[in-house]
Design a protein around this ligand. Sequence first.
Ligand code: NAD
Length: 364
Amino acid sequence: MKHTITLIPGDGTGHEITAATKRVVEATGVDIEWDIVHAGAEVFESEGTVLPEKVLESLRKNKVGLKGPLTTPIGTGFRSVNVAMRKIFDLYACVRPCKSFKGVRSRYENIDIVIIRENTEDLYAGIEFEQGKKETNDLINYIAGINETPIKKDSGISIKPISISGSERIIRYAFEYARKNNRKKVTGVHKANIMKFTDGLFLDVFRKVAAEYPDIASEDRIIDNMCMQLVQKPELYDVLVLPNLYGDIISDLAAGLVGGLGVAPGGNIGAELSLFEPTHGSAPKYKGLNKVNPVAQMLSAVMMLRHIGENGCADIMEKAIAQVIAEGKSVTYDMKPSPDDPTAVGTSQMADAIIKEIKKLLKI
Ligand code: NAD
């Protein structure tokens, strides 16, 4: 089946890692037509915006996108293109698989955890009141009238909304993900012992939704305990589902467990549309040097292939990447024992080595 996918190469080293990824995806034999559109700091000068309408149109039409990292230009009034796209398309689930690859230097082995983070609510909803402003003082006075615990007059305030509907859709997504990907367990993470009306609500919804999936084991953990458990016995965990803030922090913690940003892919999923991208940024200092590691971008493409039902091509691509990393020969500088190792290869040569492995696996 032919798929049309929006490809946003991104800024900085995005061009190199998406070009390498495109070649590797195509080597699996999957039938993809790429609709290439540009967003980010580099199009700002010609288009006058970091997020041109044709990017949004392409995503609306194709429903699936693969994106390189984007630089957030300073002083344009745009906070982040990534955040803007998540908001415009209501990409409510941020999915970050964190898997050990033999050959990646890390303190742990055999980790295979998927972090599913709620992307739209919580302290990240952007409802904030600046210290000293009239509306902030009004809010402080209002709360003093209805609550026994006063807020200090010189406070700034961020609001933490967590809804039943927002919690239900992310928790259901986590259980559906577990079912679809042969996962055994979903762990709901919260601080319900302290924040009863927000995290407590999240936990209530978690328990209700979990009861609808008797085939998937479920448990909950308090966030502080979760941090300790992930450091002490990460191999016990499978799929984690978390509200926005905890999800943000635990995603990085889990990426650290398996070797860091170079191997951390991600997907932002909505009801209508999904966008896959590496966790790292545009590494602008290496732009045009054919130097950076394309693996996080490639593993994001593997997630994309699974999302569009091309599991066979995804498996072959992931196996080939794992093989090249395990061999440790044709890998970029960051995967060598020392960053100035003269045997390190460039982005494009690493892609060539992966394509060679794909051809072996496909026996062509
Ligand atoms: P960064 O991830 O670009 O770089 C952090 C460090 O990791 C740097 O030393 C960099 O050289 C290295 N690095 C990053 N990717 C690498 C790779 N693939 N291989 C080898 N080394 C790699 O983070 P930053 O410097 O804070 O941000 C640069 C720009 O990227 C900023 O404008 C930021 O806003 C943007 N950014 C975008 C995204 C995204 O598009 N999702 C995410 C994070 C940051």
